[in-house]
Design a protein around this ligand. Structure first.
Ligand code: F6P
Length: 364
């Protein structure tokens, strides 16, 4: 049996989401109380590791944070250690800082690193693993799109926010006899739109995995109108795209680990619907409200399970595992397997079938 870690690092990679503090708390408390392991919190994700910014976390530091949004460690989703921007005589050059990260971990005698993140974070972790660092991954993201796990923490909270917003939009749509398009996040995956759309009884759900036909969308709205329903609710994933068309890109920065930022499809679709049907149409973009605020109980529970499981991995001498939830069972897979892989909605997913059964259109 390999020596058990005496000191571990923990960092939150990528963008924030509800439940990060809950998972930091679970890792820290269970490492200290179960294993007598010292916990070092690394600030601002991989940026803090490059810049060697970290601090010891005690059980007191993580007390009272279970229900709070954000991350006490800070987040950064712009830095890839393999391409760190350095200013040289006014010109930006990209330098590989992976070795420096590993060096900083060794110098601080950190025996294992708990990385909390999505596919991008696991990709960086994979580069550390290849240099001999033991990394234990924990799946977070509101997009629910990490390969290998059925669920990530943060997702349930984002679904709750989006559902609440859709419910609110529903009543004003009915009052004004309008079509309301609500754009939700999710990157290239439609999980968030699918769940919030079903939970709110949206009439039309548009997801990236099922490119839509605008005419089918408009036909559904007209039909509802003819049957006395003088309003319709469209829940559109930010990654939704028409058949044969492109996603709507808000920003493109080739220097970011993930160059494309999606956004704007809600506005585009709303204008098209109004133009085609003549029915007044408005749009709402939920944006970062889906990532902020207190985690719902389901995410607090999941984050606690994940955090404790990470420490269990370390105490049982496991290396380079990603803790996952399959069905209702906690399990783990090789962290390298999840690196850079997105889990999209299968087009024959039972939830798509269920939504269709209650008359929801996917615009195809
Ligand atoms: O991955 C989480 C997420 O919120 C996506 O749903 C969204 O496309 C992206 O991050 C936004 O990233 P940023 O915080 O860089 O704007």
């Amino acid at each position: 049996m390999p020596a058990l870690p005496k000191r571990i690092g923990v960092l939150t990679g990528g963008g924030d989401c509800p439940g990060l503090n809950a998972v930091i708390r679970a890792v820290t408390k269970s490492a200290i109380w179960r294993g007598g392991i010292e916990v070092i919190g690394i600030e601002d994700g991989f940026l803090g590791l490059i810049e060697d910014r970290c601090r010891r976390l005690t059980d007191v530091d993580v007390s009272g944070i279970l229900a709070t949004g954000g991350t006490i460690l800070g987040a950064n989703n712009k830095i890839d250690p393999a391409r760190y921007p350095v200013d040289r005589d006014g010109k930006t050059e990209f330098v590989d800082m992976t070795d420096r990260c590993v060096e900083n971990l060794r110098r601080r005698r950190i025996d294992a690193l708990v990385v909390i993140g999505g596919d991008g974070t696991m990709t960086v972790a994979a580069s550390f693993v290849k240099r001999g660092v033991n990394c234990i991954g924990l799946p977070k993201t509101i997009d629910n799109d990490l390969h290998g796990t059925d669920v990530t923490f943060g997702f349930a909270s984002a679904v709750a926010v989006a559902t609440d917003a859709l419910d609110r939009v529903h009543t004003t749509a009915a009052s004004h006899h309008r079509v309301m398009v609500v754009e939700v996040m999710g990157r290239n995956a439609g999980w968030l739109a699918l769940h919030a759309g079903i939970a709110s009884g949206s009439d039309i759900i548009l997801i990236p995995e099922l490119p839509y036909d605008l005419e089918v969308v408009c036909q559904k709205i007209r039909q509802r109108s003819q049957h006395g329903k003088r309003y319709s609710i469209v829940c559109a994933a930010e990654g939704a795209r028409p058949i044969g068309g492109q996603q709507v890109v808000d920003r493109y920065d080739p220097n970011l680990p993930e160059p494309v930022r999606l956004g704007g499809v809600g506005r585009v679709i709303a204008h098209q619907i109004e133009g085609h049907t003549g029915i007044e149409t408005r749009f709402t973009v939920l944006g970062y409200t889906q990532r902020g605020g207190s985690p719902v109980p389901q995410d607090r529970v999941l984050a606690t399970e994940f955090g404790c499981a990470a420490v269990e991995m370390l105490l049982t001498g496991q290396h380079n595992r990603l803790v996952v939830m399959k069905g209702r069972t906690l399990s783990h897979i090789d962290i390298l397997e999840a690196a850079g892989r997105q889990r999209l909605v299968p087009t024959d997913h039972p939830l798509i079938h269920a939504a269709r059964c209650v008359g929801t259109s996917f615009g195809v």
